[in-house]
Design a protein around this ligand. Structure first.
Ligand code: SAM
Ligand code: TMP
Ligand code: ZN
Length: 408
């Protein structure tokens, strides 16, 4: 009998299809002298046969993940900075052109998107529970409320500021299990003709690319057009647009509105049809994905073990949250990967969660270059390979494991 649990969207039965075993908090980079016991949980993912939402089998308490020391910053990638500038400009040009418009961002992080809105003089509010990153946004002139967005927060914002024309969330909605409270909050805060726009990793891309490392504690839901349409309808909203976007290894930007307020775009019908054709709402498709992932693990461990036996040095590139799933699922420690290089100050000179692999500043990568770099930040491959040409020139090779294990 497979493991089951109750769906957080509809109460239906969620059937487990992949188990990644004992995992740490993906963003809990530890000080080397930290002797406190590390938190672990069992990471497994399942599919709801009723509303089709793919979701984690168990929830990690939010305060364990999002707190004063949460290290992830949006500004760590030039491509993402340009992406968010584009998002802000598009809202300014389309939805925010009326009299005194108001935009609210959930998970505004270091303010990369809202800074552009603030500079345009448009009313805005970021809702961000993680203290250090919220302070970075405030230092850049962004209005931030240090809080978790949920129904009560939304009602309070509405009372103090009036309705929002746009509610936006990037790489945040999929992090939030308590969706009923979020969508009740959106209902309370959104203007009658306003839009709720969110972008998150797309299950269709995860399955097509075997990007199993998108599955970790913070990513609770794995959305599709179908599951989002069902989720919206159950909460008094309607899915009116979808747009595939190339960032973070393949995402979809979903637009929800009040039923009847906006026409449903052709892109919604088209993506629903594509999902039907590829069997994205079939447990057999997801079970086949899990089987492919097991082979990736075996291939990666074999490759790294062979390289070590030959005396080669392998360094990880990008201490992503995703890399926690890879290292802990595959059993990769400092014996196979010497250190991980990362540009984020809050991750440097710490140990990667679970694996204990040291995280070092970018400069250490070239001092001297290793023979091989394991590209944990594969979603930023173009940006990274463009700036690391000297590594390739020195004979360095990249190892990737998405969609399969390859040395390039
Ligand atoms: N939006 C940024 C981006 O795309 O780069 C940051 C994404 S980061 C992966 C997720 C953010 O969501 C974190 O900064 C976290 O603190 C925040 N978050 C988590 N739960 C939240 C909630 N209930 N309301 C608002 N923000 C939340
Ligand atoms: P992400 O995949 O969740 O965006 O995380 C990317 C991580 O990789 C983040 O910790 C920053 C790091 N990084 C680098 O170290 N160098 C780079 O050039 C880029 C783009 C990211
Ligand atoms: Zn369900």
């Amino acid at each position: 009998m497979p493991n089951t649990t109750r769906c957080r969207i509809c109460g239906g039965t969620v059937t487990e299809f992949a188990d990644f075993g004992r995992q740490p908090l993906s963003d809990a980079f530890r000080r080397p002298d930290d002797t406190t016991e590390e938190f672990f949980y069992r990471l497994a993912v399942g599919f709801c046969g009723t509303c089709t939402m793919t979701q984690l089998m168990a929830e990690v308490p939010r305060e364990k993940m999002f707190h004063e020391d949460y290290p992830y910053v949006s500004r760590g990638s030039a491509v993402m900075r340009a992406h968010f500038r584009g998002v802000a400009q598009r809202f300014l040009d389309t939805e925010l052109t009326g009299a005194d418009p108001f935009v609210v961002e959930l998970g505004s992080n270091d303010g990369t998107m809202l800074k552009v809105v603030a500079e345009a003089g448009v009313r805005h509010l970021g809702v961000e529970p993680s203290g250090a990153v919220a302070d970075m946004a405030a230092a850049d002139g962004v209005n931030v409320r240090k809080d978790f967005f949920e129904e009560a927060t939304a009602r309070d914002i509405r009372e103090g500021n009036g309705p929002a024309n746009v509610i936006y969330a990037a790489n945040t909605l999929c992090h939030i299990p308590y969706m009923d409270s979020i969508l009740a909050g959106v209902d309370a805060l959104l203007a009658p003709d306003g839009v709720f726009v969110f972008e998150d990793p797309y299950l269709g891309d995860i399955v097509a690319r075997n990007s199993f490392d998108q599955i970790y504690d913070e990513h609770f839901y794995f959305f599709t057009a179908r599951s989002v349409a069902e989720m919206a309808a159950r909460n008094g909203l309607s899915l009116v647009d979808v747009e595939r976007i190339p960032v973070h290894g393949g995402e979809v930007r979903y637009t929800l509105a009040r039923p009847g307020a906006r026409p449903v775009g052709d892109a919604v019908t088209a993506l629903l049809a594509e999902e039907e054709a590829t069997g994205l709402a079939d447990l057999t498709t997801l079970a086949a994905f899990a089987t492919r992932v097991g082979k990736i693990r075996d291939d990666l461990v074999t490759l790294l073990t062979d390289l070590k036996a030959k005396g080669e040095r392998v360094v990880g590139y990008g201490a992503t949250a995703k890399s926690a799933t890879v290292t802990n699922y595959c059993g990769i420690g400092p014996d196979l990967v010497e250190f991980i290089t990362d540009t984020t100050p809050a991750k440097q000179h710490r140990l990667a969660p679970g694996s204990g692999i040291p995280v070092r500043p970018a400069a250490d990568f070239a001092d001297p270059y290793p023979g091989y770099a394991l590209l944990f930040a594969w979603n930023h491959a173009e940006e990274i390979q463009a700036k690391e040409t000297a590594f390739a020139d020195a004979g360095g090779r990249w190892i990737t494991y998405v969609p399969d294990v390859r040395v390039v």
